[in-house]
Design a protein around this ligand. Structure first.
Ligand code: 1HE
Length: 263
């Protein structure tokens, strides 16, 4: 299926969505956000993992600055726009399905906010990160103060925003903006192929464990320690009732399961 902003297809249990506005460097206008919201509100039940890729040399140039300029939004208009981004990106982060972002080129402003909502970020060596909002006279509005700050620390985000500097992929890797770098001497595979192989592996986990991993860890980190430990126990108790717990444990007890060793 294709919509103006998102191209979507499936590979077995993997849903692949591709940001498809290459001519505008995949900048996000209001209809793009509505499409993202719609996709993540209607994930087909057989989909176990989603790969979010982008067409062209750049993952995403952030807020559509031309639309923003032309609309001359009031404060309340823009508050509503930001709340729309928050709703859509919350569905990515808290939708219960692992999402792997596949990055290249510019991952800037709202593009970094979008990438920060994914659970895993696989980056082509061309990837770079920036929060240029200060230089544009605006502020982040798609969740960076919560998600990106949590990844790199609030203080690093303050520094990135004050300076508007461009962070290369290796620094992004060190800070957690990327989890893997591809198309590099150490890992020659393309980011897309690598993301698909990770997706295939993750699709093989127990679905309820995947749900628990992507739903509870970020939420628990917002709780007090007391509440978090209680929530963790509850989540573990729910996962424990999953269909394939006994089968997987049985495989281990009967020495049929893989061992956890470095490859
Ligand atoms: C755009 C946008 C955009 C490109 N909104 N139209 N984001 C930024 O500050 C990043 C702005 N963009 C750039 O710095 C560069 O475009 C790139 C480094 C991403 C790519 O450069 P390049 O040389 O490959 O492309 P280009 O020639 O600059 O752009 C190609 C077209 O895309 C051109 O349109 P055209 O009609 O002249 O062909 C650009 O105008 C258009 N384009 N980026 C609209 N962002 C919820 S708050 C979030 C706040 C933010 O995200 S702030 C960060 C905004």
């Amino acid at each position: 299926m294709s919509t103006p902003y998102l191209k979507t297809h499936e590979i077995d249990q993997i849903g692949v969505i591709t940001l498809n506005r290459e001519s505008k460097r995949n900048a996000l206008d209001e209809s793009a956000i509505a499409e993202i919201d719609h996709y993540f509100s209607n994930i087909p039940p057989h989909i176990r993992v989603i790969v979010m890729a982008a067409q062209g040399d750049h993952f995403c140039a952030g807020l559509d600055l031309k639309e923003h300029h032309d609309q001359e939004r009031s404060a309340v208009d823009f508050l509503r726009v930001c709340q729309g981004w928050h709703r859509a990106f919350d569905k990515i982060q808290h939708g219960g399905i692992p999402v792997i972002a596949c990055l290249q080129g510019a991952v800037v402003g709202g593009g970094l906010e979008l990438a920060s909502a994914a659970h895993i970020r696989v980056a082509d060596i061309s990837t770079y990160f920036s929060l240029p909002e200060g230089t544009r006279g605006i502020f982040t509005g798609g969740g960076a103060t919560v998600r990106t700050a949590k990844i790199i620390t609030p203080n690093r985000m303050v520094e990135m925003m004050l300076t508007g500097r461009v962070m290369d992929v290796q620094e992004g890797l060190r800070l957690g903006l990327a989890h893997y770098v591809c198309n590099s001497p150490e890992n020659p595979e393309s980011a897309y192929e690598f993301a698909l192989s990770l997706a295939t592996k993750i699709a093989g986990n127990a679905p309820l464990s995947n749900y628990a991993i992507v739903s509870s860890i970020n939420k628990i980190s917002d709780m007090s320690a007391t509440d978090g430990l209680f929530a963790e126990g509850l989540m573990a108790a729910v996962v424990q009732t999953g269909n394939d717990v006994q089968r997987r444990l049985n495989d281990f007890v009967n020495k049929r399961a893989h061992k956890v060793k470095p490859t």
